[in-house]
Design a protein around this ligand. Structure first.
Ligand code: CO8
Length: 258
């Protein structure tokens, strides 16, 4: 029987994707990353979904790219197949909020996957590292770019050059994660957050995600202009008028996600 390397479920307006290679500590091979990309795009296209959670197991969110799969590859193999760009980058096309729920090891590509998500909830057991230097490799799934943007150059250099592990408290202090929760409450807290986010107007969520991401890709002036145009566009949405009127009428808004 084919191994189910990824589990996908829907609960209310939340899609949950679980990495499921526990024996390999959820090492990320092509099968996993192809399936992850497909699952993300499916959930993104589903009108009944407002937020997506990616999680792993109790011991590992993901211990990185699958070293066993990569060990014999040549330069021409990875260049011609567009390794990483081909499937790992699919997450960048997702317009709905994506939350990583991380327990245990988030190493190498696992840490980079978490960094690609919009919000990271860490269990107390979470351990983050970019240990590629030990393999004479480099964090090549966005790690050298997203980590300094997340935690600054000094901390990022320390992690990338020394392979140092951060525990959840340190990761929280540096801004790598959004919140730290007890392991036993990881999914409960993550789903409460995801459900609350998914209850808001989807086009407004998408506009906010796009605007925050723009901060990384543009000058302040360009980013502010982008944000302002998105704000102006909110006035063309039914949900924004519903949200403001509901506030004034002291009732709960009913969003049609339009
Ligand atoms: N790839 C393949 N298999 C793995 C990986 C991995 N990344 N991590 C763990 N495994 C396997 C082990 O080989 C072992 O298998 P087996 O039982 O068959 O021997 C099983 O998972 C359990 O692992 P351990 O016995 O090592 O468990 P420990 O609790 O002793 O240690 C660690 C846990 C510390 C997480 C340890 O497994 C470890 O150091 N793993 C490797 C971490 C790592 O180096 N990650 C970075 C990989 S490179 C990467 O992610 C780069 C991505 C970006 C672009 C690609 C360019 C390289």
């Amino acid at each position: 029987m084919e191994e189910q390397v990824l589990l996908v479920e829907r609960t209310g307006r939340v899609g949950i994707i679980t990495l499921n290679r526990p024996r390999q500590l959820n090492a990320l091979n092509d099968a996993v990353m192809d399936r992850l990309g497909e699952a993300l795009l499916d959930l993104d296209a589903d009108d009944g979904i407002g937020a997506i959670v990616i999680t792993g197991g109790a011991k590992a969110f993901a211990a990185g790219a699958d070293i066993a799969a990569m060990a014999d590859w040549s330069y021409m193999d990875v260049y011609r197949s567009d390794f990483i760009t081909r499937n790992w980058e699919t997450i960048r096309r997702v317009r709905k909020p994506v939350i990583a729920a991380v327990a245990g090891f988030a190493m190498g590509g696992g840490c980079e996957l978490a960094l690609s998500c919009d919000i990271v909830i860490a269990a107390e057991s979470a351990r983050f590292a970019l240990p590629e230097i030990r393999l004479a490799m480099l964090p090549g799934a966005g790690g050298t770019q997203r980590l300094p943007r997340a935690i600054g150059k000094a901390k990022a250099m320390d992690m990338c050059l020394s392979a140092r592990q951060l525990d959840a408290v340190e990761a929280d202090r540096y801004g790598l994660v959004s919140r730290v929760v007890a392991d036993a409450r990881l999914m409960e807290e993550t789903l409460a957050l995801a459900n609350s986010i998914a209850s808001y107007s989807l086009p407004a969520l998408m506009a906010i995600k796009e605007s925050v991401n723009r901060a990384y890709e543009s000058s302040l002036g360009e980013g502010i202009l982008f944000e302002r145009r998105h704000l102006h566009a909110r006035f063309a949405s039914e949900d924004a008028h519903e949200g403001m009127n509901a506030f004034l009428e002291k009732r709960k808004p009913v969003f049609g996600h339009r």
